[in-house]
Design a protein around this ligand. Structure first.
Ligand SMILES: [Zn+2]
Ligand SMILES: [Zn+2]
Length: 345
């Protein structure tokens, strides 16, 4: 079968590999759809977090082709969305319930950009979620990025009636925005520089701000007014979700967030931005990292998808056949024209 592997910076290509055979606790899926993730793009464009020959693609859904003898509750032909994370379950972080910070993710499923993939430890409701008839493979492939967003939102636990910002409307930002709306946020603003991404966010009914038109800081101070804390002037944003990874946004985020507010960081970045420590200290901001997700987050994300509370289908901007997987990466890398590129075998 075909499998897309990282071959070097700017080079992802197909190789022929043997079809996977499931062990007793595994299943093999025929891939229905696989999304290209922001982290895949960092790997593609910069060689980040990857080594030559590594199979790519972790946002996928498919049809069960083969089931290990000890797997319960799944049959050949079942359509499933996948939580690809495979934490060890025994390290100190796993023991504390932070399986997203597990030190040994060896059990993770990789290689969704293939004809088929092996999913280890195939526990229904944890690694695999049986999709309702109404859910497409493309929607199922959003389980992974939506799980990331659900964790960021749950972790930040913002006041849903207060001013909220989602900066960076790539897939994670789009999913954060949609999750906030699903939970009842009434005053959330999406921010980006890409017309396609702004349009996709605006389709939710939320207001959006095109920061090519002016200064983000000024626009947010104008929108929600200023607040005063003992030593700092600032804005009135209660929680600022930074999903862009763009350096200047972080400085703006600490400025426009009100004292006692939260700056939730969900975007990875290619360099190290400076942090305005005095502002963070004197406004007692919560600077909150959020990384990946646990099985609990994935279950909640699946619920949002299955119950139709979050609509992700409009985020698919491009569909590319697996045979042209290199083109899929180039397209996802070109921010302006793409929201989500989905690869179909
Ligand atoms: Zn991802
Ligand atoms: Zn662990």
């Amino acid at each position: 079968m075909r499998s897309a592997v990282w071959q070097g910076v700017g080079a992802v290509g197909l190789v022929e590999v043997p079809d996977p055979e499931p062990g007793p606790r595994d299943v093999v899926l025929d891939i229905g759809a696989c999304g290209i993730c922001g982290s895949d793009v960092h790997a593609y464009a910069e060689g980040a977090w990857i080594s030559p020959g590594a199979p790519m693609g972790h946002e996928f859904a498919g049809t069960v082709r083969a089931v290990g003898a000890e797997v319960a509750g799944l049959a050949v032909g079942d359509r499933v969305a996948v939580n690809p994370m495979g934490p060890c379950g025994t390290c100190p972080q796993c023991a504390a319930g932070r399986t997203n910070l597990c030190r040994d993710m060896r059990g993770s499923a990789r290689g969704g950009l293939s004809d088929a993939v092996l999913v280890p430890d195939a526990v229904v409701g944890e690694r695999l979620f049986r999709m309702p008839e109404s859910m497409t493979f493309e929607e199922g492939a959003f389980l992974e990025p939506l799980s990331v967003a659900v964790r960021a939102v749950r972790h930040a636990a913002p006041d849903l009636s207060a001013p909220l910002v989602v900066a960076g409307l790539g897939t994670i930002g789009q999913c954060v925005l949609r999750a906030l709306l699903a939970y009842g946020a009434t005053d959330v603003l999406g921010v980006d520089v890409s017309p396609a991404r702004l349009a996709a966010a605006a389709a939710t009914g939320a207001p959006v701000l095109d920061v090519r038109d002016g200064d983000l800081r000024d626009a947010l101070l104008e929108r929600w007014g200023t607040s005063v804390s003992p030593y700092q002037q600032g804005g009135n944003v209660a929680a600022f979700f930074e999903c862009s990874g763009a350096l200047p946004v972080l400085a703006t985020a600490t400025t426009v967030t009100r004292a006692g507010g939260t700056v939730a960081l969900a975007g990875l970045t290619s360099s190290t931005p400076p942090v305005d420590v005095n502002t963070v200290v004197q406004k007692e901001l919560r600077l909150l990292g959020s990384f990946a997700y646990t099985a609990t987050d994935a279950r909640e994300a699946f619920r949002l998808l299955a119950e139709g509370l979050v609509e992700v289908a409009p985020l698919v901007s491009h569909r590319v056949p697996l045979a042209r997987v290199g083109e899929a990466f180039a397209t996802q890398h070109a921010v302006d024209g793409s929201v989500k590129v989905v690869v179909l075998p």
